[in-house]
Design a protein around this ligand. Structure first.
Ligand code: FE2
Ligand code: FE2
Length: 321
């Protein structure tokens, strides 16, 4: 990538209305207790996590036998290759977590400006601090482990669209519901597959915060969607469908394909391993079940964003029975 291309890839241009709220009247009663919990549960990443432990000393960063169960390629690898896969795939996953957290930080800063009500702005202000802390812990961890891999193209394009939108409702849907729903599923899968005490602590603390963020998005959208004009609502429905379609990795077009970088680095056929993984990996199945069946689709349905207009498409993709 040339320097000029790199600069463009880093920049997102947008126009956003910044709104004051001079009413000082509470509007989201559910946000009152969420805001209190957010203040009470702040933690300091430098002191809460014991960073003195060497990474992976007491257990693997990633239990690769579990992570790649079901695939054909993995059992043919030598123990040395399996160890290399452990380090590189962990670093790739954690790099995407890190970039996603930076994206969340940027979107939350926009929400403080653009969301109309003051109590929602106050809640969003706590999320800005949370996301800053998440960037801090993942950066610190991944730098101890290996290198930082570039941001996945799909992840970057979804976050860029959220950042560039002038609709605060789309920012909430895109970040708090969809990207953070994705993060919760991915963090839970990683938590189950790691025996490294430092990473386990990082994931446990981050997950505690992420639960609040998803609730914030859900509460605020539940309030705004019923009164939304039809065109705006259709826009949100279409964005949710497009994001689910793209994130549900099932062929050469969908999913977070930049993991192929790791396979190419190892000198292997990345396309073949990709096909093996999406067809056979138990982890992929668990991840998709957690993300779509348990978290995302039921919430989108409760918010009224899986309308009769888009429902057939969810069925076609295989995300609804
Ligand atoms: Fe986060
Ligand atoms: Fe978050």
């Amino acid at each position: 990538m040339t320097t000029a291309h790199a600069a463009v890839a880093k920049r997102v241009s947008y126009q956003l209305e910044t709104l004051w709220d001079f009413d000082y009247e509470p509007t989201h009663h559910e946000l009152e207790s969420l805001y209190e919990t957010a203040k009470k549960n702040q933690w300091n990443a430098s002191t809460t996590i014991d960073w003195s432990r060497p990474v992976g000393r007491d257990g693997p960063v990633l239990n690769v036998h579990v992570a790649f169960a079901g695939t054909n390629f993995f059992s043919r690898l030598t123990p040395e290759e399996q160890k290399e896969v452990e380090v590189r795939v962990s670093a790739w996953r954690l790099s995407q977590f890190l970039h996603g957290e930076q994206g969340a930080l940027l979107v939350c800063g926009q929400l403080v400006n653009s969301i109309p009500e003051l109590d929602a702005k106050l809640y969003a202000s706590t999320q800005v601090v949370d996301e800053g802390r998440h960037v801090e812990v993942y950066e610190r961890y991944v730098k101890k482990l290996h290198k930082i891999y570039p941001v996945d193209t799909l992840l970057k394009s979804l976050i860029d669209e959220i950042l560039a939108s002038d609709l605060w409702e789309l920012k909430l849907l895109g970040m708090q519901m969809i990207i953070e729903g994705l993060a919760i599923a991915a963090f839970n899968v990683m938590r189950k597959q790691t025996a490294d005490p430092t990473l386990a602590d990082v994931l446990d603390y981050v997950l505690q915060d992420e639960g609040r963020h998803v609730n914030f998005g859900y509460f605020a959208l539940r309030r705004s969607i019923p009164e939304m004009e039809p065109a705006k609502r259709a826009w949100l429905e279409d964005f949710a469908l497009k994001a689910c379609d793209a994130m549900y990795g099932r062929d050469e077009r969908t999913g977070f394909q930049s993991v192929k970088t790791v396979w190419h680095e190892m000198g292997w056929d990345g396309e073949k391993i990709w096909r093996d993984t999406i067809a056979n990996s138990q982890t992929t199945k668990v991840f998709n079940r957690l993300l779509f069946t348990e978290v995302l689709i039921p919430r989108l349905q409760r918010l009224g964003l899986v309308s009769p207009r888009v429902e057939p498409r969810y069925r076609e993709i295989g995300l609804l029975a």
